[in-house]
Design a protein around this ligand. Structure first.
Ligand SMILES: [Zn+2]
Length: 469
């Protein structure tokens, strides 16, 4: 019998291996589908607006506020990400919405991320400040003329609806991901001053500024959703760390992401949907203290969209999606106040929006009452991690997170591309670092957590990322 020719055997093996690659799908390469949906969540005119420490009633709409959902599905794994044009989510609203959406769609509540973009031109519908203004209105008018609708319940119903609609719209998709670099739009807003203190927003061209107290995160995380059976680009998730407080006034507006979406629609068509995941920008805004001119909302949006567009040819295709989700609750310690301080806060909340009390004292009174409303010793901070592939992960964190925490997570992440989205599920004020707590100023006064809570969140996130990798 003739011995088999080695080259023939090798050729057969190569052919078999090639065939194997063609016909045997890698378990992780099960088809990925995605569905998207958008729902209008703009409250009626006359509703109270959020964003500042005074009562402010809306007088109209500059551009609509939306809740936008994407539902991803691969095999048995499903995940929903929802982005709402509001200042923050109350834990009550997000919990109700996740529970009801889970009942309706079967997506587990822990696989549902609900994020707020943090626009400062949306409704004030929860929290200690809303309660104060509401109580005053009821005492004066018998009922609150600025809450003619039950906005929290409407918001819950709409979030549930938009998740169900996205779930029903699932189509095969291809994802592409990458990170662009954006300079000149975002600035750390905390500064060391000549008197030795650290101040937030010390003012343009302030001669007492010594140096900036923290970094920015120039990364623009991008996940592009392309339809698998056509050339269409359905949607994109864009993640950037810049506070959405560039509009002001009394008209509802989605802030600069509105212009990011408008600009991307010029390229991708009118049906394109932008999911804007606000990055960890607790200490970042759009004010460049070295220049007299402030950046305008449309300029910020169009510049950011230009950066995204320029990056598109270099995005990396996710050829083997491996969808998986992990979530964990960090029980961070709350700040504590005695009865005297609580009495002081109850008395002084009445002075919010007046000149009778300094700004930081107004913030402190509000913060103490916000802690009191929680009625607990610790605060549950949920960390969610969504793996899209072995290279790409998306993190959701509650609160207004300091940029150093987002940067620490990205640095330690075993994923090549990590998007970190703040203000998911709950809005317990700022999540500063220990360093920032030691320095003080506005964000640490407007924080409910005790020093160290931010580091606990970072450690848990990094552990979950490592588990998923
Ligand atoms: Zn803010």
């Amino acid at each position: 019998m003739k011995a088999p020719d080695i080259s023939t055997t090798a050729a057969v093996m190569t052919a078999a291996a090639a065939l194997l690659c063609q016909v045997v799908p890698v378990t992780g390469a099960t088809k990925l589908t995605a569905g998207t949906a958008v729902i209008d969540i703009t409250p009626p005119v006359d509703y109270r607006m959020s964003g500042y420490f005074r009562e402010r009633l809306s007088t109209g709409t500059l551009n609509p506020l939306n809740a936008k959902a994407v539902v991803l599905r691969q095999g048995d794994e499903r995940a929903a990400l929802v982005f709402c044009d509001i200042i923050g989510l109350s834990l009550d609203v997000s919990s109700r919405a996740r529970r009801q959406a889970a009942e309706k769609t079967g997506i587990p509540p822990e696989n549902i991320l609900i994020a707020a973009t943090h626009t400062h031109t949306g409704p004030l519908y929860f929290g200690a400040l809303r309660k104060h203004f509401h109580d005053v209105a009821v005492a004066k008018h018998g009922s609150d003329p600025y809450e003619k609708v039950d906005y929290p319940s409407e918001l819950v119903a709409k979030i549930v609806k938009v998740i169900a609609q996205a779930d029903a719209a699932a189509k095969p998709v291809r994802l592409e991901a990458g990170v662009a670099d954006q300079r000149g739009l975002s600035f750390n807003r905390r500064f060391h001053m000549k008197d030795g203190t650290v101040r937030f927003n010390p003012g343009i061209l302030n001669p007492d500024i010594v140096r900036v107290a923290g970094p920015i995160d120039p990364e623009v995380g991008i996940v592009l959703v392309r339809e698998a059976n056509g050339a269409g680009t359905a949607a994109a998730l864009v993640n950037f760390a810049l506070h959405l407080d560039t509009v002001g006034g009394t008209k509802y507006a989605a802030d600069y992401p509105f212009y990011v979406e408008q600009s991307l629609r010029e390229t991708f068509g009118h049906n394109f949907v932008l999911f804007f995941g606000t990055g960890t920008c607790g200490d970042i805004n759009h004010i460049d203290v070295t220049k007299r001119e402030r950046l305008k909302t449309d300029h910020i949006g169009r510049t950011l969209a230009g950066t995204v567009k320029a990056k598109i040819p270099d995005l990396k295709a996710i050829t083997e999606p491996t969808l998986a989700v992990r979530s964990e609750i960090v029980h961070a310690p709350l700040q504590r106040y005695g009865p005297d301080k609580l009495g002081w806060a109850r008395e002084n909340i009445k002075k919010v929006g007046t000149r009778e009390l300094s700004f930081l004292e107004q913030v402190e009174a509000y913060k103490i009452l916000a802690i009191e409303m929680r009625g607990a010793e610790t605060i549950p901070l949920e960390v969610q991690v969504f793996r899209l592939s072995r290279d790409v992960a998306v993190v959701g964190l509650p609160g207004e997170v300091f940029v150093d925490i987002g940067l620490a997570i990205k640095r330690a992440s075993p994923f090549q591309t990590t998007l970190v989205i703040e203000l998911c599920q709950d809005a317990p004020g700022y999540i500063p670092t220990k360093k920032a707590f030691a320095e003080g100023s506005y964000e640490t006064v407007n924080s409910r957590i005790a020093p160290g809570g931010g580091e606990m969140v970072a450690e848990t996130t990094i552990r979950l990322l490592k588990t998923l990798r």
